[in-house]
Design a protein around this ligand. Sequence first.
Ligand code: PEP
Ligand code: MG
Length: 737
Amino acid sequence: MAEPLEPQARLDEIVRQIAANMVAEVCSLYVLRADGVLELYATQGLNPGSVHLAQLRLGEGLVGTIAATARALNLQDAQKHPAFTYLPETGEEIFQSFLGVPILRAGRTLGVLVVQNKERRVYRDEEIEALETVAMVVAEMIAAGSLAGLSRPGVVLDLSRPVHFDGLALADGIGLGYVVLHEPRVVVTNLFNEDAEAETARLEKAVSSLRISIEDMLQRRDIAAEGEHRAVLEAYRMFAYDRGWVRRLEEAVRNGLTAEASVEKVQNDMRARMMHMTDPFLRERLHDFDDLANRLLRELMGRGGDPIGADAAGDAIIVARSMGAADLLDYRRDQIRGLVLEEGGQTSHVSIVARALGIPVVGQAKGVVSMAEKGDAIIVDGEEGVVHLRPPADVERVFADRVQFRARRQERYRALRDVPARTRDGQDIDLLMNAGLLVDLPQLAEAGAAGIGLFRTELQFMIASTMPKTSEQERLYAAVLDAADGRPVTFRTLDVGGDKVLPYLHQSPEENPALGYRALRLALDRPGLMRTQLRALLKAAAGRELRVMFPMVTDLDELRKARDLISREFKHLTRFAHVMPRRLKLGAMIEVPSLLYQLDELMQLVDFVSIGSNDLFQFFSAVDRGNAQISGRFDDLSTPFMRALKDILDAGARNSVSVTLCGEMAGRPISAMALIGLGFRSISMTSSAIGPVKAMLLDLDAGELHRTVMAHLADRHPRQTFRQVLEDFAERHAISL
Ligand code: PEP
Ligand code: MG
């Protein structure tokens, strides 16, 4: 590699040597261009005429998959892989085995290096390591610009073209700004060590400074209190002391890499292994490890004190492959306009926290990290799930208008904050908000919520690495009640299981997790867990009203058992002279259709019920709420579902039990209108929906709507769907939906 050769000749020599050393018939090098295309730059074994002609898009074929996922593929029978595509110009159809590794530099994919064999074979770990190490060297050549000009005229490697990415909308809003690349972008250029012992000593020193810096952060006054920030740092502390991690780092140094290159290598390996996991908790942990590896790299490079994101100027759009919730909390909120992730899902911690902070997020934007450069103009469209990188001027203008439009609308909603939520015909409606984290609480005042209708206590548990102690739970609940300042707060007991996984709670894999061992079913089997939480709630509410509700009640016996547990805790604390809540109100969530046929009996056991319409509709209609293929197919404004909701309201009225609804439909103006028409006077929604829902109901004649709704529900042969009836009503009365 050190021979003085022209760039193309050097690449040709590299692929020739790799093929010879690995006894492979083929070795090929693909380079990622600015337009997201991977171009064949050199090959030994494939048709030489296809060099600079054969190309694949990011995500296309095996090579594109490797580039998009930054993960190696080791296949005995490449053609059986679902992503396999055949490029006729290369003549590669005769090769069975395939090993490809991403060419990575500072977490960014620059290309792909591949070896292939005719015979079926499995490439050994040492071979993968060797190929990865060569890939690190090639990455330096690409980064140094020495390959520029090798391609056909007109093809550019520099990152300057407009590109857009279709991803997933994870948090609503639109952000315009400039790319701030979240670490990992600590560039490691010095790859091979001269003295393994001295390098090991450097590594050890850096690991211990890393540990000290995390301990220091934990001591910082603003973090020392409870909260999600602290919980995440606790998780980092645990990983920083992980023996396996440190052992793998030391091994890589012994094999000849510098401490920095070892950190990068071990992290790439870890990523490759963990990416296979479907367990959402473990995938979250990968983000934590990524962040930790970056912190360690900064220690090694003498930049340990850099707070993450300290250099983010205003109008920052953070671009990252993945991100832990703690990383996001490290940035200054007032400087962030949006977040773009290559990974991430609705339930990732970072999405949960971003939504709470009002930061627009698009996830699953495959390839964005490879294509974005620091300082590039970028637009995040969290409404549609699209990212525009280096947008042309006309696209930028359209979005600037949309941002202004949203801002004006926000301004109108803000102006409504202190206006009572009263319909035109004088019906008061309680607009409550859903919450679950400390960062949600400022929204209570900002959105003008009447209280918290659903506090999802599991979020504290999901963000922590170990079970939150009773004292930690108690402090969170007390902080929530303090922030609510006399407004009602309904705490829901732990709703875990299904997709809400806790690491410290071992659960066996289930075929149908949504129908499985979750929520109250699990809590009643683990009374220790439930009692700890109930005790924390009772103590936190000393002298105040406490409202507690239980999720996923299916059978009334479950509810009786849950009530027994709380009364036992109540007696226990009273015996030890604790100050008890001034008043205790118990409720059940109606999420399982079996309750619809025992409403009167249910109402005898509770002070209030809250309809979890997300789950109730999912079970009512047999529609998986998380399955995008079908979740849009059935309307939750369907007549049968409306009749079910009406039955619940009627049973509440018969039994003097208050009924509220806290699923997502409460936050959509048209469905909120339907609910008010049915007779709901209390609904709970995500805080950003309170403005739009209030704007809708101020213009509403609830009495007239009620008559329209009831007539429709009684009609056995309606000409219109319920949704159409509502839309017509809104149009006739100039109600803004
Ligand atoms: C619901 O099911 O409607 C609900 C509010 O609970 P979650 O969304 O947390 O399951
Ligand atoms: Mg639910």
